[in-house]
Write a protein that binds this ligand. Structure first.
Ligand code: AP5
Length: 221
């Protein structure tokens, strides 16, 4: 792996495997994994004012207001570990967020170097989200069919119980996919126009196979 600085955005529909690939990228390239979904879920679990406001929105499948998420990302990108590269997972999700990200990076003389779109057919997305399970303690993700734990309902890493995310029910998944098509998919054109968008075929392949493709894209200019 080269020493080039990588300021990476992972783009893709709910269930495309952003979080799954992000763990591999963060380990392989020593960049912090910044997931707005995880930060919002942490705020919900902690019962902060932001968490209380975000909870209902997230359970409906809608997006949390731009101002809230932009503030969270701005603070996170200002931290020391994000100065030599970062990996954004789940942000930006609207054109407004993308423009504001560009502006905040430009202030520090930085820019987005890679946008990786993980492309997965819709029926596969639904199957992945329906079978996803998360560890209630360490947050590791599983799938009941594609990536099951060794012991049913128990995390391999820390032994805590697994649970289903509250937004992984059928109705909310449908709404999240609609929101993605309407509000987030326009970012494909936005980043294509800038010449930084690359697409990884994420359907019908194992996470490790998808990662081989992602690595090739990150090694390119
Ligand atoms: P967020 O947490 O970002 O959810 P998401 O974008 O819907 O993405 P997911 O986490 O559901 O999927 P993923 O692509 O990470 O897939 P994963 O790797 O887990 O956001 C949640 C909510 O927070 C939003 O709806 C919104 O309300 C709010 N929010 C967050 N960011 C926001 C923002 N910027 N602005 C406004 N609101 C925001 O994989 C899924 C499953 O598939 C797993 O079980 C996994 O094991 C399995 N899997 C992965 N890869 C493969 C493979 N190759 N083959 C087979 N199975 C696989």
């Amino acid at each position: 792996m080269t020493e080039t600085q990588r300021n990476v955005i992972l783009l893709g529909a709910p269930g495309a495997g952003k979080g799954t690939q992000a763990v591999r990228i963060a380990a392989g390239y020593a960049v912090p994994h910044i997931s707005t979904g995880e930060m919002l879920r942490a705020a919900v679990a902690a019962g902060t004012e932001m968490g209380k406001a975000a909870q209902k929105i997230m359970e409906s499948g809608a997006l949390v207001p731009d101002e809230v998420v932009i503030g969270v990302v701005r603070d996170r990108l200002a931290q020391a570990d994000a100065q030599k590269g970062f990996l954004l997972d789940g942000f930006p999700r609207t054109i407004e967020q993308a423009e504001r990200l560009d502006a905040m990076l430009a202030d520090g003389g930085r820019l987005v170097t890679h946008v990786i779109l993980i492309d997965v057919p819709e029926d596969e997305l639904v199957e992945r989200l329906a079978g996803r399970r998360m560890c209630t303690s360490c947050g590791k993700g599983y799938h009941v069919v594609f990536d099951p734990p060794q012991s049913d309902g128990v995390c391999d890493v820390c032994g805590a119980e697994l649970h289903q995310r509250s937004d992984d029910n059928e109705a909310t998944v449908r709404s999240r996919l609609e929101v993605y098509r309407a509000q987030t998919e326009p970012l494909v054109g936005y980043y294509e126009h800038r010449g930084v968008l690359k697409t990884a075929d994420g359907g019908g392949r194992t996470p490790d196979e998808v990662f081989v493709c992602v690595e090739q894209l990150l090694e390119g200019d």
